[in-house]
Design a protein around this ligand. Structure first.
Ligand code: IVH
Length: 668
């Protein structure tokens, strides 16, 4: 048994080590240990904190995993307003900025500047007291923002405690953002799960930061660059360029493209440099921020109502262009969602020819009042699918025709439905050929079972020839039919046939992800497989059972319940099983008598140690949680149970005495 004192010391060491390794990984991009080693240290910390909850500190790395959902965000007043910036669009605008500075401070002979990439994310303020992160807020209206502390703690690049001593209060400002690669990955996953896509990385970052459930934020790979403090008096440096060194020494991540410039011409040179490398950067920037370096001069220049006089944003020309909207096509997705797609007169934007652009949904078309034949403004945000920003009504000649959403499915003519509160129009017919085709394409794709040698092109051909109708049909495809496809031969047909055969040996998780159930992506599929262990349990589960799985919310549970209750699903699964699917994982351990039940412990146990009790529950297939909620089935009460007992009684949760709990384990 570890004494409390030993635990305190060990926890301090673990915290220090974990902070150091997180810093190496997230801030310096230079990991010193493997993920596995990091995980072992982290698990040790979690176990000790579980045993000694009184020793959990605000800056413990365990606080990064997110905590229980909030009812709403509370408001935080900023001690100093979070201002915005005036914009400049040309070299001459920047020279004019300097002229203004000179007029305002005629005694100053030279201005030195700092030029920084203007990150396209969200401004946040981080408040540290005696070196520990105590609060974080969004910019809001500039005077007060929302308290997003729990979400901010999940971001690896943000120090929970500063690396060097910092007495008193420190308010650091910076930008939370999502890299373009992570953004694309996130949208791909959302697409696979049938969730609406984010328009750009900035929206995705904003959506992630505004999650009431910080455990969801923790799953988004948000990143952070620090660029300022709210009050220069809080730091022992005298200018912006020194501030960056100071912040870096405290453990913050600083953008590597920040440059100190001796005069405005050097600023302009850096602007063109950044502008030219913009598309190669791993994150989005929409310009460059120019700041007067000297804090004393900043103070003398002061602020206007909304923006400081000592800084300006030099914006980049947007990656936009205008062209003609030729037509609108309506695509039917895997889950029946109808997506309007703009067919455009091809145009080049930032070096890429664009001929199609997304129109998101019906509301989007109505809001923008788009008409066929319109001149439209097109934008490429990052590397993602281009979008139609708006029409240019001045260019209309009266020949344009309104775009109307179809009322019936373009593929199967079933009447489309739009659920209240949803933006998406859907084809409700699960037998819709377009949905079947898209499901098939997903099933064979990398996100599905990754059937080598059989891509979506081939699937489309087979489908249109009537040789392949649905997913189980893959397993009765004839090699000769494949070989007869245009551009195919014996060899490619043999290869695809082998791959199809091989795909039957897979894990339950991958199989589930491949089915393409709405809202169920790769991660959720893994959770389901782990929890239910086999397809029989899973397909017999009720909505309530699904809700018991940690990480499954009501929307997913509803989608799962609907999917498995559908006779078409039952038929599909039956045919696939008959085709000879075999699931390797999860370890076919005995499902266990406590399968599907969740336990919570309170008070001091006499017959077991806490960790032993938990292990026993897990070994019998049950789950242990540390928070009270509707998913808890049993509260096991030891000595001096505390407030959880009253709450559990209120919630109607079954209370077990330790002896009852023991009896339950022994009979399991
Ligand atoms: S300084 C008073 N520096 O731009 C100074 N802002 O329009 C204002 N931004 O809300 C902030 N990168 O979200 C500053 N290096 C940078 C920045 C930056 C991005 C954003 C920030 C702010 C907006 C100002």
């Amino acid at each position: 048994m570890t004494s409390e004192n030993e635990a305190r010391q060990r926890l301090a060491t673990l915290r220090r080590q974990l902070h150091h390794h997180a810093y190496q990984y997230y801030v310096l991009d230079n990991p010193l240990i493997s993920d596995g080693e990091y995980d072992r240290l982290f698990q040790e910390l979690l176990a000790l904190e579980e045993e000694f909850p009184q020793l959990v500190t605000a800056d413990s790395p365990s606080q990064r995993v997110g905590s229980l959902p909030l009812e709403g965000f509370s408001s935080v007043a900023h001690s100093h307003p979070m201002l915005s910036l005036e914009n400049s669009f040309s070299d001459d605008d920047l020279r004019a900025f300097e002229d203004k500075l000179r007029r305002f401070l005629p005694d100053v002979t030279t201005f030195t500047y700092v030029a920084e990439p203007k990150l396209d994310g969200l401004a946040v303020e981080l408040i540290y007291q005696e070196g520990v992160l105590v609060q974080a807020a969004t910019r809001g209206d500039g005077r007060s923002g929302e308290d997003i502390t729990a979400n901010i703690r999940t971001i690896g690049a943000i120090p929970l405690s500063l690396q060097n001593a910092h007495a008193g209060r420190l308010e650091v400002r910076g930008e939370v953002f999502l890299s373009s690669a992570d953004f694309n990955r996130l949208n791909r996953q959302r697409g696979e799960a049938g969730d609406p896509l984010f328009a750009n990385p900035r929206n995705a970052a904003a959506g992630s930061l505004r999650q009431l459930d910080s455990r969801l934020t923790a799953r988004r790979p948000l990143d952070f660059f620090a660029y300022g403090v709210s009050d220069p008096d809080q730091v022992p440096v005298r200018c912006q360029s020194e501030l960056f060194h100071h912040l870096a020494a405290l453990g913050f991540k600083i953008n590597p493209l920040i440059k100190r410039c001796d005069d405005i011409e050097a600023v302009i040179t850096h602007y063109h440099h950044l502008s030219s490398m913009r598309t190669q950067l791993p994150y989005e920037i929409d310009g460059m921020v120019v700041k007067v370096d000297d804090f004393e001069l900043q103070g003398r220049l002061g602020n206007k109502a909304r923006s400081p006089r000592w800084a300006i944003a030099a914006k980049f020309p947007a990656s936009q262009g205008t062209t003609i909207l030729r037509d609108v096509e309506f695509q039917v997705g895997r889950t029946g969602a109808i997506t309007p797609v703009a067919i455009l007169e091809p145009l080049a934007i930032a070096g890429v020819v664009v001929s199609r652009a997304t129109l998101h949904n019906e509301d989007d078309i109505t809001r923008k009042d788009l008409r066929r034949g319109d001149t439209v403004l097109i934008q490429r945000a990052g590397d993602v699918i281009p979008e139609v920003v708006k029409p240019v009504p001045e260019q209309r000649d009266g020949s344009e025709t309104p775009v109307r959403m179809p009322t019936t499915c373009p593929a199967c003519a079933t009447a489309l439905v739009r659920k209240e509160g949803e933006a998406v129009l859907r084809c409700p017919n699960t037998a819709c050929p377009a949905q079947k085709l898209r499901s098939l394409c997903h099933f064979v794709s990398k996100a599905g079972l990754d059937i080598d040698g059989l891509g979506s092109k081939a699937v489309e051909k087979l489908f249109s020839k009537g040789l392949l109708e649905d997913i189980p049909g893959l397993y009765s495809l004839k090699k000769a039919d494949l070989a007869a496809l245009e551009g195919w031969g014996e060899k490619s047909a043999a290869k695809a046939t082998r791959a199809i055969e091989k795909s039957k040996k897979t894990s339950l998780a991958r199989f589930l992800a491949a089915l393409g159930i709405r809202h169920i992506g790769e991660v959720t599929a893994g959770l389901l497989a782990e929890y239910f262990q086999n397809l029989e349990h899973l397909s017999a589960a009720s909505m309530d059972d699904f809700l018991h799985v940690e990480g499954i919310g009501s929307q997913m549970a509803e989608s799962l319940a609907l999917y498995f209750a559908d006779p078409a699903t039952r038929d599909l699964l039956k045919r696939l099983m008959e085709a000879g699917f075999e699931f390797s994982e999860p370890t076919q351990r005995d499902a266990g008598a406590l399968q599907g039940t969740t336990f919570l412990f309170t008070g001091k146990l006499q017959l077991f140690s806490r960790s032993e009790a938990k292990e026993r529950v897990k070994a019998a297939g049950g789950r242990v949680t540390s928070s009270l909620g509707k998913k808890v089935d049993y509260l096991v009460c030891g000595d001096k149970p505390g407030s959880k007992l009253n709450k559990a009684l209120e919630l109607g949760i079954t209370i077990l005495e330790e002896q009852q709990f023991q009896a339950m384990l022994n009979s399991s």
